[in-house]
Design a protein around this ligand. Structure first.
Ligand SMILES: [Zn+2]
Length: 389
């Protein structure tokens, strides 16, 4: 016998009942099948608290819509042999993780597993960049003809107005992308969901079950810039024009380095990948280190200059996290981004700085186990979230 799930996913456990709207029940059952990987109808009824008849109806609907399939026959000591249900992994999502100078395109299945990915350098103009995206998506569809694609999720370093579906604020992107959604949808015939990378990662933490969805959570993306996604009271906090979470542009240093937003001394100028690289090149000029990945590798190899630079970046990161922790009091803060590759070397320093002289119990600090894939998985979550909520 399988071990029963102990907790319902995506913050629904407190609401589960037979009078819930059908759409919510459908989402809940899909989540349970996804999370358990293989579960019978009887177990679903027991775990969800729904009546067997309700479960059966919704399961038939999910099978008819192709979201789940019947798998192996279970074995019980007596009586009928239940048919186990599992996610239909022939269905997939195209995930795009956009950075200022490159993007990562991948195929993700409905479990959030990243199947294949490639890195593409982005041209500088908007028109060329959108063409490059369309070509990459076309290539993935052609290479995965056996899959049925649900849509395209795009996580990017900017804030989007969800109602208008336009980019509001993206100081680190060199090209404006207000029409990206419409143009890609037209060219591919697939629905496109776009959101800020930190918001998308917060959604993925809840959707794919690393966080229980019941507690407040902040995801901080440390990359070319620094941005936060806030999950509070069961939803992403978006703020006016979708601008909530721009802690990276809080000025922490008078007359500090010029930021892409036009101001000086923003937090991201002292805590982002770019800041780490700048510190390293100040400490050890002429070493020819131009990318954060090279710096992280030197850090993993215990290069003293790299550790000094990463240490300075980490302390600044920790100081900013203290501001977030005190302002929002989340249960946990999750770090995503390239810094995850060097977290064993810097995590303790970040946490020490965050917790310094804390006036209450500080949040749990953890790093997404795979920063790179976490961003891709977040793009998958955008599409699934739109289909099920
Ligand atoms: Zn700024």
């Amino acid at each position: 016998m399988k071990v029963l799930v102990k907790q319902l996913p995506i913050g629904f456990s407190q609401f589960a009942s037979n009078t819930m709207p059908r759409q919510v029940n459908r989402s809940l059952l899909f989540q349970l099948v996804r999370r358990e990987q293989s579960i019978s109808r009887a177990e679903l009824a027991r775990v969800s608290g729904m009546q067997r008849s309700t479960v059966s109806l919704i399961v038939e609907e999910l099978i008819a819509d192709g979201w789940i399939v019947e798998g192996a026959m279970g074995k019980l000591p007596r009586g009928r042999h239940p048919m186990f249900l599992k996610i239909n992994n022939q269905r997939a999502v195209i995930a795009l993780d956009i950075h200022p100078e490159h993007m990562v395109v991948a195929v993700g299945d409905l479990s959030g597993k990243i199947i294949g990915q490639s890195v593409i350098k982005l041209p500088k103009t908007a028109g060329q960049a959108i063409q490059a995206i369309i070509r990459a998506v076309g290539g993935l569809i052609a290479a995965n003809r056996e899959k049925r694609f649900e849509g395209i999720g795009i996580s990017l370093p900017g804030r989007t107005d969800l109602e208008l579906q336009k980019l509001i604020f993206a100081p680190n992107l060199r090209w404006p992308v207000p029409t990206i959604k419409a143009r890609i949808e037209r060219a591919t015939g697939l629905n496109v969901q776009i959101d800020n990378v930190a918001n998308a990662c917060a959604l993925a933490e809840v959707w794919f079950g690393y966080s229980d969805g019941l507690h407040d959570l902040v995801v901080v993306n440390v990359s070319e810039g620094v941005g936060a996604g806030i999950y509070a009271n069961g939803q992403i906090l978006r703020g006016e024009n979708g601008m909530a979470g721009e802690f990276g542009h809080v000025q922490v240093e008078d007359g500090g380095p010029l930021c892409a937003c036009g101001n000086r001394g923003c937090w991201e100028q002292s805590a982002s990948n770019r800041a780490g690289l700048r510190y390293f090149n100040d400490i050890a000029p002429n070493r020819g280190v131009t990318t954060f990945e090279e710096l992280a590798q030197l850090g993993r190899d215990d290069d003293p200059a790299a550790l000094e630079a990463l240490g300075k970046m980490s302390r600044s990161l920790g100081r900013g996290l203290r501001m977030i922790a005190l302002a929002l009091a989340p249960r946990e803060i999750v770090i995503v981004g390239d810094i995850s590759g060097v977290w064993p070397k810097v995590g303790a320093e970040v946490e020490k700085e965050m917790c310094r002289d804390f006036i209450a119990r500080p949040p749990i600090l953890r790093c997404a186990y795979d920063g790179h894939e976490a961003r891709l998985r977040s793009a998958v979550a955008l599409v699934l979230h739109q289909r099920f909520i």
